[in-house]
Write a protein that binds this ligand. Structure first.
Ligand code: IMP
Length: 427
């Protein structure tokens, strides 16, 4: 039975939420494996419109077990808020579970994220200020606190005392901020512990059991490959492995268990936060796309930077993830344009590059080389079969298949579940 990973292939916000919500119809289990409440998945379905940050988009299907794996960092306040919002719209959270190994976002992570960003000045990363970087730093620095720790109160107090001493030294001496009070955090997090307890499980075992029962498991990626801490546009990245490999370590799943890896690409490209983006459109076409597609961050509300499809980073993304197919979203948005460009290579210091350089300084100097294709300028949001798309739209998709060296499996032509062209069944 398949285990399929759905991975962001660009700078995040590719529309993974809709795709996971759609594919979850056929899944038994949907699992998040990385990131935290920096993610913002917008899902529009018969239950309503939801902006999800932590809870997997599979939650809208009653029969589906949803898991937040060990690779995710959890802000308990956001998690509990999301649960309340779902319950208030009659969405059940009975089959939602959180790994006992998932690290927690603590108050000092939120504070340090903001202070560190401020101290970076013009070199700011443009983080979502959700405490993500500082929380993963603590995980790797062995100063993290995990959901399971909240269930062992005495040990938790001792651990928090040790960690907070160090954090308060940084807050007061480096940033001249006020120290945080141990007892206040302890009490607040013990309360969170009581509320989280019914959700906390050894989720790696649950995934294993699902596979033994031959169930279909969907792995829901967060952010995108170009925000990956290793392969993204470092240092303008998030602090996790957003790629396929992160799904294995973020869940406790063997890579041998994966049956398919679907990369999600938007039909154009967007980015929020700092860092180079060679195909960025700083003209009226960029503005037109942003306005028409309501391109604003689901977590921060910031306007997204928009640009032409960049097949250089796309091909790179397909290679480092090993995509078995790709999913193209928001093709309908391009219907407004008379012609559409695709970046097929970069020009850098008189040389042609077909793979992005690792240095952001070099990437910032890359000039995109474009191929121009005619637009279709007709509404495609009611089309459900590939062969019914206008010839120009088919040509565009087929050209992307060639450039990415990967077949398309799903095309999304609108935000609703049914506004989808299934070229190939994935689950
Ligand atoms: P952080 O993950 O909050 O530390 O932010 C690091 C970078 O990743 C910033 O440029 C953010 O804008 C970007 N980022 C983080 N999460 C997302 C997301 O879900 N979509 C798009 N960009 C994101």
């Amino acid at each position: 039975m398949p285990v399929i990973a759905v991975i962001g292939a660009q700078w995040g916000d590719e529309g993974k939420g809709k795709i996971v919500d759609l594919l979850a119809e056929k899944a038994h289990m949907v699992v998040r494996f990385s990131g935290g409440s920096n993610a913002g998945h917008t899902v529009v379905n018969p239950c309503g419109e939801f902006k999800m940050h932590l809870i997997p988009a599979g939650i809208f299907h009653r029969e589906v077990t949803c898991i937040i794996g060990n690779g995710v960092v959890i802000d308990p306040a956001v998690f509990l808020e999301e649960i309340e919002a779902l319950k208030s719209q009659d969405v059940s959270v009975d089959r939602l579970f959180v790994s006992d190994r998932a690290h927690l976002i603590m108050p000092y992570h939120l504070q340090l994220d903001a202070l560190e960003e401020e101290s970076r000045g013009s070199g700011a990363i443009g983080t979502t200020k959700r405490g993500i970087g500082p929380a993963y730093m603590d995980k790797v620095g062995r100063l993290g606190i995990r959901t399971g720790d909240l269930l062992e109160r005495d040990a938790f107090l001792e651990r928090l005392r040790l960690v907070l001493e160090q954090k308060n030294r940084i807050l007061t001496r480096v940033y001249q901020a006020q120290p945080l009070v141990l007892e206040e955090i302890y009490e607040k997090y013990c309360h969170y512990g009581e509320l989280l307890a019914p959700f906390i499980r050894e989720t790696d075992l649950m995934v294993e059991e699902a596979l033994e029962r031959k169930q279909k498991v969907l792995l829901e990626g967060a952010q995108g490959t170009l925000l990956d801490v290793d392969f993204g546009t470092y240092p303008y990245v998030t602090s996790t492995t957003t790629m396929t490999g992160g799904a294995c370590s973020g869940l406790g799943l063997s890579p041998l268990k994966l049956d398919g890896i679907a990369g999600v690409f938007k039909a154009y490209i967007t980015r929020v936060g700092g860092g180079p983006m060679p195909t960025e459109l700083l003209d009226e076409t960029g503005e037109l796309i942003r306005e028409h597609a309501h391109e604003r961050g689901a977590t921060t509300g910031r306007p997204r930077r928009c640009g032409w499809f960049d097949a250089v980073v796309g091909r790179f993304s397909a290679r480092v993830n090993g995509f078995s197919s790709f999913i193209l979203t928001r093709l309908d948005i391009l219907s407004i344009l008379p012609s559409i460009k695709i970046c097929t290579a970069y020009r850098h210091d008189g040389k042609t590059l077909t793979s992005p350089p690792s240095s952001v300084a070099m990437l910032a100097r890359c000039e995109p080389l474009y191929e121009e294709l005619p637009g279709w300028q007709t509404d495609i949001s009611d089309i459900r079969r590939f062969e019914d798309l206008p010839g120009e739209a088919r040509t565009y998709v087929e050209r992307l298949e060639e450039l990415l060296n990967c077949p398309v499996s799903i095309i999304s032509v609108g935000e609703r579940r049914e506004q989808t062209i299934m070229v190939k069944e994935l689950l």
